[in-house]
Ligand binder design. Structure first.
Ligand SMILES: Nc1ncnc2c1ncn2[C@@H]1O[C@H](COP(=O)(O)OP(=O)(O)O)[C@@H](O)[C@H]1O
Ligand SMILES: O=P(O)(O)O[C@H]1O[C@H](CO)[C@@H](O[C@H]2O[C@H](CO)[C@@H](O)[C@H](O)[C@H]2O)[C@H](O)[C@H]1O
Length: 487
């Protein structure tokens, strides 16, 4: 694919009938996608936000870039009626016939309209359209409202072989020749996206704990910018913190041979993760505005935590016996604020857990996925917050890992491996100590805020697991019992 080929494309696609012809296929296909955020509510229709051709559909292979709004009934919390709904980024391949190897990518056969007689499919499974995206980034293409940009100091080689990664993701990522990874955001919102903003900021600050964005794509629509994707260097041979913790735990759980357990332990890694988190926090605090949270702000923060507890207890009855005990964590925080204590807030990761940490074969850790909690509004995700929120997320993650290995969660090894005593406590302590080495302050020195955030996170996890992975519910419930009982 040459630069000229991309620039020759006519865009935007002025075809109101295009969406009508795709509508029945998308209604069936979209809700089945892992990244579809509106699960559990029917899609009642679509509206086209924008359509651009990255490859003309008149050729043997077409590539459409669509931003579509999926209309859905409001949730009970939102009231009755239908709302315009979330906006999704779709990359639709168009062929006369789909080769067998692309069968899993099928969206359907179009009966009428401009694409009548063609087969449409999820284009990211197909190397050629994936290549078009890399080429557009490399050449800083402009296609209709789509803008492809890059950091010219970083080289992007053409011709890298693309593959779609199969991880359980909220978005979709393509790896190019084990050199770059392109994350295509699926649910698109207008505004500055922290998944691009924070890594760019950290790169400018010279913080090596985050792969520096090489290129990015965005759409300019109605005076607003929508970030659509970010290309970053691919950390080759990386293993994420969750996998690494589980494999270390499995070794440590092996029956003792000659009095020695297998495995070298995860304590050193936990300490390194603490240091990496502190490096990122320190750089973000240096680069972006911070704030002081006093009584008024803490009242709002505690109010949010209390409301989330009430909503979770409403949805998950198992939580109800512990609600009063859990509330004491929030009340203790409110009391400190009333007494005049203040806290510093800054930009943070916002959804930190072991799965968001990658360890390169060199042993260096990187943090990824700065999107924050995708269900929250962008403005909220970009607010300065106490860094202890990220730390609480990691502390919960060590606890999760410790519970996962014994196999009580439907694993094939259920009950076969005895739990490693004190594993989570040791890792949690090492993580905090590592953090203190770099940040100059130990998160454990603020136990009230830490407990409040851990409690808030465990409540979130109860709701998340009840909805998505009921087998895992015992893990956050064990933490809930501990947190509700702690003084
Ligand atoms: N720079 C990178 N190098 C290597 N692998 C990466 C990189 N960034 C992401 N990944 C892999 O892609 C997966 C999904 O990335 P992530 O940013 O968490 O996407 P999502 O927001 O869709 O969950 C990660 O779990 C990780 O395995
Ligand atoms: O994948 P996301 O970043 O969107 O996060 C969601 O899914 C996570 C599970 O994949 C969930 O994390 C919980 O389980 C993890 C182990 O699978 C554990 O490491 C985390 O500490 C625990 O919170 C996360 O809560 C949810 O938002």
């Amino acid at each position: 694919m040459s630069e000229a080929a991309i620039h020759s494309v006519t865009a935007p696609v002025a075809r109101p009938e295009l969406l009508a012809s795709l509508d029945p296929l998308l209604r069936e296909w979209l809700p089945r996608q892992r990244w579809f955020a509106g699960k559990g509510r029917p899609v009642t229709g679509f509206s086209l936000v924008t359509a651009n051709e990255l490859l003309p559909s008149t050729a043997q292979l077409g590539l459409l870039h669509l931003l579509v709004r999926a209309h859905q009934p409001l949730t009970p919390a939102q009231g009755a009626g239908t709302q315009p709904g979330d906006c999704y980024q779709l990359l639709i391949g168009v062929r006369e016939a789909l080769p067998p190897h692309l069968a899993p990518a099928l969206i359907g056969h179009v009966e009428e309209g401009p694409l009548a007689g063609h087969t449409v499919y999820e284009a990211l499974h197909d190397p050629r359209p994936a290549d078009v995206l890399l080429e557009a980034l490399r050449t800083e293409a402009r296609v209709g409202e789509l803008r492809f940009e890059r950091d010219r100091r970083q080289e992007i080689r053409g011709g890298l072989i693309p593959r779609l990664i199969t991880a359980e993701q909220s978005n979709s990522s393509l790896v190019f020749g084990d050199t770059f990874i392109l994350k295509l955001l699926r649910r698109i919102v207008p505004g500055v996206n922290p998944d691009l903003e924070l890594p760019l900021t950290l790169a400018r600050e010279g913080c090596p704990r985050v792969p520096a964005p090489t290129a990015w794509m965005a759409a300019d629509l109605g005076g607003e910018t929508y970030v659509l994707g970010v290309l970053q260097p691919y950390v080759q041979g990386a293993v994420d913190g969750w996998e690494l913790a589980l494999s270390e735990l499995a070794k440590e759980s092996e029956p003792a041979k000659d009095g020695c357990r297998g495995g070298e332990g995860f304590t050193g890694e936990a300490r390194a993760l603490g240091r990496a988190t502190a490096e990122v926090h320190t750089a973000l605090a240096r680069a972006l505005p911070t704030a002081t949270l006093g009584h008024v702000q803490m009242e709002l923060l505690v109010g949010g935590m209390t409301e989330r507890l009430a909503a979770a207890a409403q949805a998950v009855p198992a939580l109800r016996p512990y609600a009063a005990g859990l509330r004491t964590a929030f009340e203790a925080l409110a009391d400190l604020a009333t007494e005049g204590q203040t806290w510093t807030a800054q930009r943070i990761h916002g959804d930190l857990h072991l799965g968001q940490c990658l360890r390169a074969p060199s042993g260096e850790w990187s943090l990824i996925d700065f999107e924050g909690e995708p269900s929250k509004p962008l403005a909220e995700r970009r607010m300065p917050q106490p860094p202890l929120r990220d730390i609480a997320g990691m502390l919960r993650s060590f606890d999760y890992a410790a519970h996962a290995v014994p196999g009580a969660l439907g694993s094939a090894r259920a009950g076969a491996i005895p739990p490693v005593p004190d594993w989570a406590d040791t890792c949690r302590a090492a993580y905090c100590a590592g953090y203190a080495e770099v940040a100059g302050r130990d998160p454990r020195a603020d136990p009230v805020l830490l407990r409040a955030y851990e409690t808030d996170k465990a409540i979130y996890e109860v709701l998340y697991e009840a909805r998505h992975r009921p087998d895992w519910l015992p893990v956050p419930m064990a933490a809930i019992r501990r947190l509700a009982a702690s003084p």
